[in-house]
Design a protein around this ligand. Structure first.
Ligand code: TYC
Length: 101
């Protein structure tokens, strides 16, 4: 009978690196039209219209909603593009990033 070695499926070696993750958060405001928020969410954050509508409505009702989680560069680029899209139309649409614990 031969021996069978079971290897761990994932590395548990100390020092294995995981990138820090950042939440993108959508903030409510009283001026940006709902349809515009949905358009930005689906265009920049790759959501379906109905996912985007749900996120928009949660931000509208509760004041803010987590959109997605990304590495820092990706989160910051998407937030800049989304905020610029609002500003280009004269809306105060605001996204921010927050480090995940
Ligand atoms: N509150 C806006 C309105 O009533 C719509 C809106 C929803 C704006 C979510 C921003 O993050 C937002 N027109």
């Amino acid at each position: 009978m031969h021996d069978v070695t079971i290897l761990p499926k994932t590395s548990t070696r100390p020092g294995t690196q995981r990138p820090k993750l950042y939440k993108v958060i959508l903030l409510n405001d009283d001026f940006t039209p709902r349809v515009f928020v949905v358009k930005v969410l689906s265009g920049i954050f790759r959501m379906t219209e109905s996912e985007a509508y749900g996120v928009m409505l949660t931000a509208h009702q509760r004041g803010a909603c987590v959109v997605a989680v990304y590495t820092r560069e990706v989160a910051e680029t998407k937030v800049r593009n989304a905020n610029d899209a609002g500003r280009a139309e004269g809306y105060p649409l605001a996204f921010t990033t927050e480090r995940e614990d």
